[in-house]
Design a protein around this ligand. Sequence first.
Ligand code: ADP
Ligand code: MG
Length: 353
Amino acid sequence: MAGIDIEGLATVYPNGVRAVDGLDLTVADGEFFALLGPSGCGKTTLLRTIAGLESATEGTVRIDSADVTRTEPGKRGVAMVFQDYALFPHMTVSENITYPLKVRRVAAATRASVAEKTGDELSLQGLLERRPAQLSGGQQQRVALARAIASEGKVLLLDEPLSNLDARLRLEARTFLKKLQKDLGITTVFVTHDQAEALALADRIAVMQSGKLRQLGSPREVFARPTNTFVANFIGSTPMNLLPGTVASHGVSVSGGSLPATTGSVPAGAEVTVGIRPEYLTLSTGDVSGPAIRGSVVVAENLGTQSLVTVDCSGTLIGVTVPEEDEPSPGTPVVLTASEQRVLLYDKESGEL
Ligand code: ADP
Ligand code: MG
């Protein structure tokens, strides 16, 4: 088992693109770590640089405390699963799984027992003699995982391993992957552009933008307290409300009213961006005391057990989730309130907390 230490890492392609742009990161031994960010932000490049498939332009990569920055991929002790699985079409499942062992000249009998054991772990019983084309997408994905695990790497690098599965299978595979990772206890870096997947799976999440880290924390931290408006926008299945506001003596004024807020060193009168999640707003139809925003319901969307209600507050649209049975009809006058610790104030220019 092993941790990963990345320091001052930059990966620049020959065309001049700085795909990884000065990044520091530590992944703990046995941790399930998610790298999350929009398409093109450098996730695959970072993973490939850890694996040694791209060479670092600046900085260092350490695995299990050893500097592997200039070590060839096969000697770094990493196992990688690619987005498209990269199975060998002419080989059986069993041969695919044990290919890395064959390269290392492990005896055929040993390979057969590893294929059997890993196949069991990944629910591939009865499929070992098939070829990849005879498998479903979910089965192919498990063969790719089995091959990575059978190679006995110290760290497992997964590049969007669930993105080619349909929605239902993706949920099943996600649960399976989380359990497998905990059972094996192998240090895992999981790349995804899907915030829900990262929140569900990871012990910690790093959010990337343009080759840089924008926030690193537990799923709870990045969801409840995004440290900048980029992360605030990116995390959450309903988008965070980001409203223009002005700091007042006991909170912050926004279109349609005010909210309580911890203003700290921000002076009264300062213009800010107010961040509040739809899940953290309370909608009432009667009177309330204290700071509140008044508006009228525009539309409500059913999300299952919850509804997302859009409220027009003097020209600004604010989203709020309510239990599905409390969904108000369009035109209803409503009042929105929030508790002080849920209201985040971002610098209007930099977007930082
Ligand atoms: P992600 O996996 O987050 O979608 P990538 O690491 O694939 O991002 O890409 C990061 C940036 O590097 C993008 O701007 C992409 O166009 C560029 N890029 C990726 N691969 C190469 C390459 N082989 N040569 C030049 N530019 C590349
Ligand atoms: Mg990618």
